[in-house]
Design a protein around this ligand. Structure first.
Ligand SMILES: [Zn+2]
Length: 257
């Protein structure tokens, strides 16, 4: 098995969620599930001390090199959102850093699936250019309860709303993550789409990728109450996405929302 990012070998066990997030966990073994990879892939729910979901698809130079540097350079942007709610604006630089980190983490979650969705050239471009794949959307939200600290599940999304010309890959990949107060929703459509979501979600999520043009007030006014409400919200949000092909969107004058 070659490293999914650089093609090197051998590969080592890499954590899906980085170990520095363990500092936010309550002491002792965690009673709640920490990660779940559903919809035709692995489903893992278990007790553990710390975050120990691993995937053996990354080489040590990537793990200890650029991925480790990405963690280090992202902590300062992520920490306040994980631990607090009343914050000043999130700057454009911070938004870009969070989007990059979220994309890398969702890529690792994708690698846990039996059939990862993202094509290898997009992982290679993350390695060489820290490039977020074209079409990726990242939204941020906040949750009132800080615990559970990390909860995540991935969902393959059939793009049934989009009349896609590319019938070979009519799916996308949705990865919501709750880390303390911070809620991140990453979506990789496998084909080119224009996305709109129902207006009621505008007060609870803010898209940070593709880039916004301004700083982001924080937190959003409407928030899921706790971990369970987050999961329910994440599903409702996913189901609220309207997907259009670029042709359909142009025809009806629809813009991304
Ligand atoms: Zn590598």
């Amino acid at each position: 098995m070659a490293c999914v990012f650089c093609g090197g070998s051998p590969v080592t066990n890499e954590h899906v969620f980085p170990q520095w997030l363990n500092q936010y966990l309550p002491p002792g073994r965690q009673r709640t599930e920490q990660a779940r990879y559903g919809a035709g892939s692995f489903d893992k729910t278990r007790e553990s001390t710390g975050l120990d979901f691993k995937v053996k698809k990354v080489c040590a130079p990537c793990n200890n090199g650029w991925m480790s540097q990405l963690e280090t350079s992202s902590k300062d942007s992520l920490d306040p959102l994980i631990t607090q709610q009343g914050l000043p604006l999130i700057s454009l630089r911070q938004q870009r850093q969070i989007a990059l980190w979220a994309t890398k983490t969702a890529m690792m979650a994708d690698q846990v699936q039996i059939q990862p969705l993202l094509p290898s050239h997009q992982l290679q471009r993350m390695h060489t250019h820290r490039a977020i794949p074209g079409g990726t959307r990242v939204w941020l939200g906040s949750c009132r309860d800080r615990n559970p600290t990390v909860t995540s599940h991935t969902v393959r999304v059939d793009l049934t709303g989009a009349s896609t010309p590319d019938a070979l890959q009519p799916v996308g990949f949705f990865c919501p993550m709750k880390i303390g107060h911070l809620c991140i929703y990453v979506y990789f459509p496998a084909v080119d789409v224009v996305i709109q979501h129902a207006p009621e979600f505008h007060s609870s999520v803010a898209r940070i990728w593709p880039r916004r043009s301004s700083d982001l007030p924080w937190p959003p006014p409407v928030q899921p109450r706790n971990g369970e409400a987050f999961e329910t919200f994440a599903n409702a949000f996913r189901l609220s996405l309207y997907l259009y092909t670029p042709e359909e969107a142009a025809e009806h004058g629809l813009k991304e929302s």
